[in-house]
Write a protein that binds this ligand. Structure first.
Ligand code: XLS
Ligand code: CA
Ligand code: CA
Length: 428
């Protein structure tokens, strides 16, 4: 592999320093950056109104050669960026054959080559997944399809994607709902569809564990696009689903920033919901556009957002099997291959700075101190007694009757003071 696709030899970072020790851990282990195969090696910039603007065949001569060249380009890019991990869908890494058998054969050929290149370059797989949304067979869903043959095909695809993930040493396997949702209840049996989806996830866990997958399964919440009602709407919805179907032992969440925005939440809200439910897993790092209502998958450069995200990651105890996957693409007008390098550098530096900022906020202590004080009445004898489940409505009513001035115990939420404190910490 001596092909050279990018001009840059080594990315220059202002903030990212992989081996710098922060809170006792190397920066690269706090951040665990990953390249997304689909945007980076496959997407050519086509949109609803225009074709691709950037050839991603990387000089390959036939379908198999093209996909081998993509592996070469991936390795070159990861070396330029000093990134250790990548993520893929089955359909990103190998050409589709005329039959399932042929597609699986192609996956074997390319994953052999990938395995070789990964070990040569010291690169790792963060997670794999199956693309069960692009092909016309999935127009009505995959795991929630009304058609049992489609469901079986999706199962076959997931089986193979799991095998490839295990073969390449991946510690994560993602389910993104894709077409798992609906447009109208007039033609949809929601109860059956959700039960069937859960059955498929249980089958995936059983098979994954059987073939030696030790990592985490993830569900990636997203509220809309492509379907009007996506079943995995947001972290809360998915937490309820996993609890209902007894899947919390094996599943965690893969939270995407842009999907949080589409759900009407902040990124940190979604991460907090995951954390408090014991479901914090991995992150798809990107951003939407506040003026647009769809999934733009842009590289994240807003440092307030990355700071709040990393604060949550630190509060969750950091990544174990997960990491920060840049599910992001350069804008269509950024039509040179070198723009890919620049966009990753922008995202990586924004997160490195976000990490440093998050540490500053924790070390400064004012935000945590304010929050602790705000809830201090929950550490009084009454507060503790309620938290120990020792009170009743009657006992609390008696207390309230005797405690005439409730207003005295209420303080200001001081939001503006806190927002200004954040600026004071970040910019001094
Ligand atoms: C699409 C999703 C998808 C998942 C993986 O919106 O973000 O790319 O991350 O299937
Ligand atoms: Ca994603
Ligand atoms: Ca997205």
């Amino acid at each position: 592999m001596n092909r050279k696709f990018f001009t840059c030899e080594k990315a220059q970072y202002r903030w990212y320093n992989p081996n710098e020790i922060i809170m006792g851990k190397e920066m690269k282990d706090h951040l665990k950056f990953a390249v997304s195969y689909w945007h980076t090696l496959c997407s050519e910039g086509a949109d609803m109104f225009g074709r691709g603007v950037l050839d991603k065949s990387f000089g390959g001569k036939d379908p198999i050669d093209i996909y081998k060249c993509k592996v070469d380009a991936l390795m070159e890019l990861m070396n330029i960026l000093s990134i250790d991990y990548f993520c893929f869908h089955d359909a990103d890494i190998a050409p589709e054959g005329k039959t399932l058998k042929e597609t699986n054969y192609n996956l074997d050929v390319i994953s052999d080559y990938m395995q070789e290149q990964m070990s040569k370059n010291g690169k790792k797989l963060l997670w794999g997944t199956a693309n069960c949304f692009n092909h016309p067979r999935y127009m009505h869903g995959a795991g929630t399809s009304p058609y049992v043959d489609v469901y079986a095909y999706a199962a076959a695809q997931i089986k193979k994607a799991l095998e490839v993930t295990v073969k390449l040493g991946g510690n994560g396997y993602v389910f993104w709902g894709g077409r798992e949702g609906y447009e109208t209840l007039l033609n949809t049996d929601m109860a059956l569809e959700l039960d069937n989806m859960a059955r498929l996830l249980h089958m995936a866990v059983d098979y994954g564990r059987k073939i030696g997958f030790k990592g985490d399964f993830y569900i990636e919440p997203k509220p809309k696009e492509p379907t009007k009602h996506q079943y995995d709407f947001d972290s809360s919805t998915v937490a309820g689903f996993l609890q209902k179907y007894d899947l919390t032992k094996d599943f965690k969440l893969n939270i995407e920033a842009n999907h949080a925005t589409l759900a009407g939440h902040t990124f940190e809200h979604e991460l907090t919901v995951a954390r408090i439910n014991g479901l914090f897993g991995s992150i798809d790092a990107n951003t939407g556009d506040s003026l647009l209502g769809w999934d733009t998958d842009q590289f994240p450069t807003n440092v307030y957002d990355t700071t709040m995200c990393m604060l949550e990651v630190l509060r969750a105890g950091g990544f174990t099997n997960g990491g920060l996957n840049f599910d992001a693409k350069a804008r269509r007008g950024s039509c040179a291959l070198d723009d890919i390098v620049d966009s990753y550098v922008a995202g990586i530096d924004a997160f490195a700075l976000g990490l440093k900022n998050a540490v500053k906020i924790i070390e400064d202590g004012r935000i945590d101190e304010f929050k602790n004080n705000r809830y201090s009445s929950w550490n009084t004898s009454l507060g503790l007694s309620i938290r120990n489940d020792s009170e009743t409505l009657e006992s609390l009513a008696k207390y309230a009757e005797e405690n005439a001035d409730v207003m005295k115990s209420i303080g200001s939420g001081r939001q503006e003071y806190l927002e200004n404190t954040i600026n004071d910490i970040l910019f001094k």
